[in-house]
Design a protein around this ligand. Structure first.
Ligand code: NAD
Ligand code: ZN
Length: 380
């Protein structure tokens, strides 16, 4: 008797290994600094890989001689060969203007950057997100090395394994997950930041402390005034610890590509992303996150969770860091659309992170607009 044909169904599970290289250094482009050789040195048996450098215009304008320094460093035959340096608009324009992605794709094409070659991006979180998207989609993935040049990029954005651009007035509407070859955080690059961009980064540190590490919150609280005043000895441990917490969330948290329903790192972000759009990106991401954290912390309190004294500590530390905790747009209808946009972005059921206490997050699946309004009133 002939056996029955196999069922028309095949199922295999598979996994792939990733490594995440994060390095803190100072003056990475100095020829005396061995970091680049260590990370990007190539096997001299094969052809020398090519590289294009893409530089954030804000960083470029604030750092005379940067293009020359990139040129000089990659003239070293031990490193990939620099084929072109392009400057792209810094800030959220990088994610709002589709010409930026197009110009990077075009440079990848014209310079024959293949999957063995590299794109090196130097900039803030927005430029890194947009350039990363171009690199991840060209040839279905050209290798990317990120040189993070803002506080927010060094402690959060550049460490993430996602990139993307804004479309239809919505943040990160188009994008993908990808793991960079390396993330390099050069402390010297932070010196040219404006005070506003310096301060903007620390809301993400307060965020992750509230989610994962109460003693880290205490450290930020203790040093908030010195951090605001740009004391690097007080700021460095906060940047490093925050980066480490973000890294471990990705590498050890069990959900690097965010398939699960909960998105804990997006605490405060449903309102933040909406606020950025409503204000036409006049509010920086870090400022919007600060306002979003303050709102969701007060909401948590009004919803019977975190105690008022603890909620006040969160709001106060944001204020002391020089960050805003309120915006008039919190009182309008428009902000509430952020909840639906967030649900769509997650897919499926709405899951918002609230706080039972500092260091004790909790998932919520419903949000009461009246309580949001009361929380906004408390912050006004
Ligand atoms: N992919 C992720 O996981 C992730 C995580 C968090 C945030 N983000 C994104 O990051 C973006 C915010 O990043 P950001 O806070 O770095 O701001 P940003 O990229 O908008 O940069 C802020 C400003 O600083 C300028 N700049 C950059 N480096 C400089 C330097 N060293 N000296 C002087 N000026 C400099 C830029 O030109 C810009 O004008 C948002 O788009 C946000 O959505 C992404
Ligand atoms: Zn963020």
């Amino acid at each position: 008797m002939t056996p029955p044909p196999p069922p028309n169904l095949l199922h295999d599970a598979f996994s792939a290994d990733f490594e995440h290289e994060l390095r803190f250094t100072r003056s990475v482009l100095d020829s005396s600094n061995p970091l680049l050789e260590d990370l990007l040195g190539w096997d001299e048996q094969g052809p020398r890989p090519g590289l294009i450098a893409v530089v954030d215009s804000g960083l470029h304008d604030a750092t005379p001689g940067l293009s020359k320094a990139i040129e000089a460093r990659f003239a070293d035959p031990a490193l990939p060969e620099l084929r072109e340096t392009i400057i792209v608009p810094g800030g959220e324009t990088a994610k709002n203007d589709s010409n930026v992605v197009e110009s990077v794709l075009s440079a990848i094409d014209l310079n024959r950057i293949d999957r063995r070659s590299l794109v090196a991006v130097f900039g803030g979180g927005a430029v890194i997100d947009a350039v990363g998207f171009a690199a991840s989609t060209a040839h279905r993935g050209v290798r990317l090395v990120r040189f993070a040049s803002t506080v927010l990029a060094q402690l959060d954005a550049a460490i993430g394994v996602k990139n993307g651009i804004n479309r239809f007035g919505k943040k990160n509407f188009v994008g993908c997950f990808d793991v960079p070859v390396a993330v390099i955080c050069d402390e010297a690059m932070l010196e040219t930041l404006s005070d506003r961009d310096w301060r903007s980064g620390y809301s993400e540190a307060v965020k992750i402390a509230c989610l994962k590490d109460a003693p880290f919150f205490d450290l930020i609280e203790k040093n908030a005034d010195r951090i605001r005043e740009r004391d690097i000895d007080a700021s460095r441990p906060v940047i490093h610890r925050c980066a480490e917490l973000h890294l471990h969330h990705i590498t050890r948290g069990g959900d690097p590509f965010e398939r699960a329903e909960a998105r804990p790192l997006d605490f405060g972000h449903w309102a933040a992303h909406r606020l950025e759009s409503i204000t036409d990106f006049e509010t920086t991401h870090g400022e919007a996150v600060s306002i979003g954290i303050a709102l969701d912390t007060m909401y948590s309190h009004l919803a019977g969770r975190i105690e008022r004294s603890q909620a006040d500590r969160v709001v106060e530390v944001l204020r002391r860091l020089g960050l805003p905790v309120h915006h008039s747009a919190l009182h309008g209808e428009a902000i509430l659309n952020g909840i639906e946009e967030f649900r769509e972005h997650l897919g499926g059921r709405l899951t918002i992170t609230l706080l039972d206490d500092i260091g004790r997050p909790v998932d919520a699946h419903e949000v009461d607009p009246e309580v949001i309004a009361r929380a906004a009133d408390l912050l006004a």
